[in-house]
Design a protein around this ligand. Structure first.
Ligand code: AMP
Ligand code: ZN
Ligand code: FE
Ligand code: FE
Length: 279
């Protein structure tokens, strides 16, 4: 059993990278990829922990990108070299954008009469890749919402009064940054884009031209039909298929580590195929 999509406290998960690999080991996983949003900050700790446990570790990350007016196209990068200068530079830029956006969201909330201190948000993030989950946590802590889901619903989802879109790379830039660091780019959870099959095929075809190597067919919340369609697209565009839970700990209740694999028992050979796609 393997899981190629998981988040730690380096972004918006609730387990530290070391705790995450320990949990993977305890659950009997044979391989795990850490794919935090816009950061490689958890990779050293996770990789060291995995080595001690005899767990195969795939260093990764997840970038949000835009393509043709479509935003939040999530691209996973596997086998990246965290030391790559071009990658570090892109991540630094994304981090500064995230910080500025969080500050602007706090200003919006304050103008709406929802008093929140930016320091509370920073405290919730504890040095990790700052995002809406940390704003939500701070809102809950300040008793402006009963739980994270409510905080999102009231203020932080698109269309809600304090929502601000995140600055994103274009898909071409995201793929270039991943490949430039020796990584393998994979389109994450294609179904979340909510495109009809024709438009999804168009996106995948365009990304394949830009250097995409794989599709995350076996994402934990894909339906059977969505899985089959991703497999079909992967065959058409000669892409590898991957899968994972998108585990975030307590931040995404109901998603357990290894879950994609729990239903389909993803084989280790997917990791080999992924590694063979390294540029
Ligand atoms: P950001 O990258 O700052 O835009 O935050 C994106 C993160 O927020 C994702 O990883 C989701 O897990 C989380 N998220 C987005 N929408 C919701 C929601 N309605 N309820 C709870 N978490 C959400
Ligand atoms: Zn996340
Ligand atoms: Fe994602
Ligand atoms: Fe994710």
């Amino acid at each position: 059993m393997i899981d190629l999509h998981a988040h730690s406290t380096a972004s918006d998960g609730t387990l530290a990278p070391g705790e995450l690999v320990q949990l993977a080991h305890d659950k009997g996983l044979e391989a795990l990829a850490l794919t935090d949003h816009d950061t490689v900050g958890g990779l050293v700790e996770a990789s060291a922990g995995a080595a001690r446990l005899g767990l195969r570790f795939v260093p990764g990350l997840e970038l949000s990108a835009k393509w043709n007016g479509l935003s939040e196209v999530h691209v996973l990068g596997y086998c990246v070299n965290a030391e790559c200068g071009r990658l570090s530079e892109a991540l630094r830029w994304l981090r500064s954008c995230r910080r500025q956006r969080a500050e602007e969201i706090v200003e919006k909330l304050n103008r709406l009469g929802v008093s929140l201190e930016f320091d509370r948000v920073l405290a919730a993030a504890r040095g990790s890749s700052l995002g809406r989950p940390h704003l939500a946590a701070a809102l809950v802590q300040a008793r402006h919402a009963a739980d994270l889901a409510e905080a999102f619903r009231l203020w932080l989802v698109p269309g809600a009064p304090a929502y601000i879109e995140k600055q994103q790379l274009t898909t071409a830039e995201a793929l270039e940054v991943i490949r430039g660091s020796g990584g393998v780019p994979v389109l994450a959870h294609p179904a979340t884009l909510q495109l009809d099959s024709e438009r999804l095929a168009k996106l995948v075809s365009a990304l394949a031209e830009q250097g995409l190597s794989g599709l995350e067919a076996y994402w934990s919340r894909h339906t059977e039909g969505e899985v089959r369609y991703c497999e079909e697209l992967a065959r058409t565009y000669r892409l590898v298929v991957t899968g994972g839970s998108d585990f975030h700990g307590q931040n995404k209740p109901g998603i357990e580590l290894g879950m994609a694999a729990g239903r389909r028992d993803l084989p280790m050979k997917l990791v080999d195929e992924l590694e063979q796609r390294r540029p």
